[in-house]
Design a protein around this ligand. Structure first.
Ligand SMILES: [Zn+2]
Length: 117
C-alpha cells in the first residue's frame, strides 16, 4: 500500500490523511493509539511474559500525539505524550486504521462545532 501524500493533525485529537488514490479520511488519535502495533499493546509475548491485550490502562496523555516520525520509506513511528513510542505503523497498517476508523462528515462537523464552545 502506498505512502500517504499528507498526514496532518487537524485538531488536538484528530489526524487527517490523504493518499495518491484519492482516499482521504480523518480519525481520532485515540483510535490510532488503540491500533498501536507494538508488542506491548498487541499483547505479544515480551521476554517470556504474556501481556494480555485489553489490559491497557489509561495514562495521562496517552492519546495525545507528540510526533509522527518517518521510519525509512515504509512507516511512521508515533510518539505519545505518556512517553510511549514503540509503535511503528507501516503505511499499510496506517491505511487500514484510516479505512476502519474513518469519521463521518457528520461526526467531524459535530467535533468542529463542539470545539468552538
Ligand atoms: Zn504500543
Amino acid at each position: 500500500m502506498s505512502k500517504p501524500t499528507s498526514l496532518k493533525r487537524t485538531s488536538p485529537f484528530l489526524l487527517s490523511g490523504s493518499w495518491p488514490d484519492g482516499f482521504t479520511a480523518s480519525i481520532l488519535l485515540s483510535d490510532l493509539r488503540d491500533a498501536c502495533p507494538c508488542a506491548h499493546c498487541t499483547g505479544e509475548e515480551i521476554m517470556g511474559q504474556q501481556v494480555f491485550a485489553g489490559m491497557k490502562t489509561l495514562a495521562p496523555g496517552m492519546n495525545e500525539l507528540r510526533a509522527l516520525t518517518p521510519v525509512g520509506n515504509y512507516a511512521v513511528q508515533a510518539s505519545w505524550e505518556d512517553g510511549h513510542d514503540s509503535g511503528i505503523y507501516t503505511w499499510e497498517m496506517l491505511r487500514t486504521v484510516f479505512e476502519q476508523k474513518k469519521l463521518s462528515e457528520e461526526t467531524l462537523r459535530e467535533i468542529a462545532q463542539r470545539s468552538l464552545h
